[in-house]
Ligand binder design. Structure first.
Ligand SMILES: NC(=O)c1ccc[n+]([C@@H]2O[C@H](COP(=O)([O-])OP(=O)(O)OC[C@H]3O[C@@H](n4cnc5c(N)ncnc54)[C@H](OP(=O)(O)O)[C@@H]3O)[C@@H](O)[C@H]2O)c1
Length: 241
């Protein structure tokens, strides 16, 4: 008779890993945020809000002197640079150029944006006598176009639904809205959520992968209709989260 070692008795079942608290977000206070097209309404408004919340912000422009002049107007330590320098010096880069200049701007900055977290807030919209309507980018959305053009960057999408008018208005202390944040990597999405959450009144809410960015970008056409009818600067709240 051969003796064999009996199999080890089964151990206790592995304890389930505690679910991560989705509101447990990273400390982003040390990150430098760049804003491409930061001389425009949206970029200027975001730069002001983030800088006023204590973030180091560099706004970019196609012309460095234009960025420097706008940065001086914004104050709160905001710096200005040309778009390439802005991208190079930032950890997180928000893309706030018009849809018409989106592809060309990103293509020209592929090298400077390599390794960076790029946050697209561009809404591809058309306007005619019936109002605003969503365009259909070949890649699916502006954010997916950014991901296709920037293979060496980490691309997320956020800040589409904010009103630049409210962002820029220094008499308004809080912006009452949620920010839908989309992306492929949880860690990147959480960085953007945390940045949004630094602005008083705002929350960053995870809203899916980039393949669902089209609806989020398109929804701005609906918000523009709301704003026109009600003479408002409408924002969005996601309820029950
Ligand atoms: N306005 C809003 O309320 C709002 C809200 C949410 C999202 N967004 C999105 O944010 C983006 C910027 O909106 P905005 O209203 O701030 O636009 P904008 O003022 O027309 O443009 C922003 C800046 O982009 C630069 N720019 C203009 N044409 C360009 C081109 N062809 N190529 C590269 N850069 C160009 C300009 O800066 P320089 O001349 O200094 O380079 C301009 O100051 C848009 O994609 C929009 O969909 C806007």
């Amino acid at each position: 008779m051969t003796s064999s070692t009996p199999p080890a008795p089964p151990g206790p079942p592995a304890a389930p890993r505690p679910a991560k608290d989705p509101w447990d977000l990273p400390d982003v206070s040390g990150l430098v945020v760049g804003v491409l097209g930061g001389t425009g309404d949206q970029g200027r408004g975001l730069a002001y809000r983030l800088a006023a919340a204590g973030q180091q912000v560099i706004i970019g422009s196609r012309a460095a002197d234009r960025a420097e002049a706008v940065a001086a107007e914004i104050g709160h330590g905001v710096q200005g640079a040309d778009n390439a320098d802005c991208a190079r010096r930032s950890d997180v880069v928000i893309v706030a150029v018009p849809w018409e200049g989106h592809a060309k701007t990103l293509e020209s900055l592929r090298e400077e944006l390599a390794g960076k977290l790029v946050v697209d807030c561009v809404n591809p919209l058309g306007f005619d006598k019936k109002g605003a309507y969503a365009l259909k980018p070949e890649e699916g959305s502006a954010a997916e176009q950014a991901a296709a053009l920037l293979p060496d960057s980490r691309v997320a999408a956020a800040f589409h639904h904010l009103s630049a008018v409210l962002l820029k208005d220094t008499s308004i202390a809080e912006i009452d809205t949620d920010v839908m944040v989309l992306g492929e990597e949880r860690a990147d999405v959480e960085i953007v959520q945390a940045l949004a959450g630094r602005i008083p009144g705002m929350r960053g809410v995870f809203a899916g992968r980039l393949r669902n960015a089209h609806q989020v970008e398109s929804l701005v056409a609906n918000l523009i209709s709301v704003n026109r009818r009600y003479k408002a600067h409408a924002g969005l709240r996601v309820t029950d989260v």
